[in-house]
Write a new protein. Structure first.
Length: 142
């Protein structure tokens, strides 16, 4: 009986800590972050640091999916491009991974898993690995 109560207590504490991690992460994410650096790392390990501009915006909603929008442009001799999208986001229980799900013409697309490397009130660093093995590192500031 005592073992069962101890296990129930431990399970309750783990659940509460997980929920509070997510809530703290959502609170830190809410708002607009300006991009300060973008690193493009090829599958061979070569890194490029294009000049970059733009922002990402997160909004937490109670009872409905959380939303985001991103608009960044990058330019380098080797690579140029834009990432402009909006959709919903979710966090895993440990709040160390985020799924960004773009919505195009009202249709949800495949979610993209981003690792959260740094998240504070003022800083955000995300890592995304695409299907070609390219790693993208995005560094943002509020």
């Amino acid at each position: 009986m005592k073992l069962t109560l101890n296990l129930a207590f431990i399970l309750l504490m783990v659940t509460l800590v997980s929920c509070s991690k997510q809530k703290r992460a959502h609170t830190k994410l809410s708002g607009t972050f300006q991009i300060t650096q973008y690193q493009y790392q090829t599958s061979e390990g070569f890194s490029y640091y294009p000049s970059v501009s733009g922002s990402i915006f997160f909004q937490m909603h109670d009872g409905t999916p959380n939303t985001y929008s991103i608009a960044i442009s990058y330019s380098h001799i080797q690579i140029n491009g834009d990432r402009i999208e909006a959709g919903t986001y979710s966090l895993n229980n440990d709040a160390d991974e985020m799924i960004l799900t773009p919505i195009i013409n009202g249709v949800s697309q495949e979610g993209m898993k981003h690792r959260i490397l740094i998240l504070t009130k003022h800083d955000l660093k995300l890592e995304y690995s695409d299907l070609l093995g390219v790693r993208h590192f995005f560094i943002f500031e509020k």
